[in-house]
Write a protein that binds this ligand. Sequence first.
Ligand SMILES: Cc1cc2nc3c(=O)[nH]c(=O)nc-3n(C[C@H](O)[C@H](O)[C@H](O)COP(=O)(O)OP(=O)(O)OC[C@H]3O[C@@H](n4cnc5c(N)ncnc54)[C@H](O)[C@@H]3O)c2cc1C
Length: 570
Amino acid sequence: TIYDSVQDLPGLKYDFIIVGGGTAGLVVANRLTEIPSFSVLVLEAGVSNEGVLESTVPFFVNDLLSFNIYDWNYTLTPQPGLNGRVLPYYRARLLGGCSAHNIMVYTRGSKDDYDRYAKLTGDKRWSWDGIFPYFLKNEKWVRPADHHDTAGQYNPLVHSTYGLNPVSLSGHPWPVGPRIIQATQELPHAYPFNLDMNSGKPLGVGWLQSTIGGGQRSTSATSYLAPQYAKRKNLHVLLHAQVTNLVNSSYSKGKLEFGGVQFLQPGSPPYTAKATKEIILSAGPVGTPQILMHSGIGNKTALSALGIQSLLDLPSVGQNISDHPAVGLSWTVNSTKTLESLAPNSTAFNEAFAQWNSTRTGPFVMGGLTNLGWLRLDPDSPIFEEFPDPSAGSLSPHIELLFSAGRSGATGHHMGISAAVVSPISRGSITLKSNNPLDPPLIDPGYLTSEFDLYVARVGLQRAQEFVTAPVWNDYVIAPTVNITNFTTDELNTFIRNNAAPIAHLVGSAGMSSSDASYGVVNPDLLVKGANGLRIIDASVLPIVPGAHTQAATYAIAERGSDLVKASWL
Ligand SMILES: Cc1cc2nc3c(=O)[nH]c(=O)nc-3n(C[C@H](O)[C@H](O)[C@H](O)COP(=O)(O)OP(=O)(O)OC[C@H]3O[C@@H](n4cnc5c(N)ncnc54)[C@H](O)[C@@H]3O)c2cc1C
């Protein structure tokens, strides 16, 4: 049952309390309540996703990416690597979390990414082979909205039709898509066609797969909290409940334990909910370290300086975070079939909306992206004389290219290619500004503070531009919006620093490490080191950002984390 007010909750004592009803939290809530004897309370600060059109219609993807009531409305600390710019940092504050407002790209990452997690944690179960069954448990492969023939666009052998969260190929044929695939045939060496980038071998260019089913966005709320699950008697979800900190601490056999979770609802005094088995933090890579630190878990000196009593000295909390910055180029094109043709309030927009409303087909069944590409730097790149290769291995990309069928909100008609740095060396941190849990934390991803990342961004833009030299573009592309051809390295750096922006794949703020490592926040069972009955299940546990968008990894962590919890209590 989903509740708006704490007054309506039957009680405040549960076996498990899950903090955050986001991407991971709702997976865990669903899987734990498969066991009828387990009682679960989810505390979610945000509002319901029910009826939020911007979160349902895939084409409206950008409408939620602004300051609004469905977001925490964070601002990053000034980013030195981005010319000191101060940027918004979107994190969803609604049921489903970021799965309900992200750009819906479904990518798992490379085999190397996971094999590296296994190595870092000393636990083979985090390897690609170990995690693969959990991708399948999460994913429900479905036909695209236009029911087009998908032969040759993906590999069915690496997908599952029995998971809970719908994933599909794009359901509307923007003309740029087939041209991108043709370019892979014309420049096969530099841009090989990849039938399926979710096979563990992402390198190359292929068709986009998205968390969309039946023409609608799929989220952890629409799938894992679908009515048949939400009605479970042992599952209670409380909305508008912002957790401030963990309370009633004690020590048992030298380990820290918390008896309860303190939370606020608008206009009410603080409440405490009690977990008899475990508290599970799924508040995401910003919320989770924030709650840990306000509960006295973090860098002892830093917490004491803010007047927070240190209960467990874990200096890795909030440190060593990594994320992907991206920077875009665009070209005017000789076509009117671009995203710009659907300008808000135009006849075409209204027709497309009417079509989506009546049949869940048409251009509104997808966002603006059509294809993705994943590239490695040339192994002879001079940058490797200064920096060791930070990628997870030879199957992992340094660069992602994101191809889009236009530029929403622009005039004219365009094709867009953004380049993202997906093997960053730059690291950042999340720290507290004050001891007030309602103050937003200081979020500093440290974008492009490493020269290596800047190099990758430059090469990424050059590769995007090179891609557009394939013959297929001769009768399509008119001219670049910004011509970087004759830019000096300094000019290119300035362009990047002035234009790069987060794609928000933050991880690492409560990273996992091997049980005996002196750094890290959780062990490979996702239990907080030095504590009892406290687990973290969300994107914060990944110690290094994968070369991929992070929701598939987050879903897999949550599926696997649920099994770990069950294994402890069954
Ligand atoms: C703008 C954007 C675009 C993205 N695009 C993509 C994409 O296209 N593809 C992809 O794979 N990944 C994408 N990502 C990343 C991906 O969505 C995230 O990595 C993933 O969803 C993180 O899941 P999570 O469970 O860790 O956190 P979240 O999904 O953020 O869940 C955390 C939940 O906890 C709640 N919460 C936080 N603090 C508290 C508190 N104190 N009390 C109570 N509740 C709290 C939040 O409101 C939220 O609902 C994107 C992310 C963003 C922000």
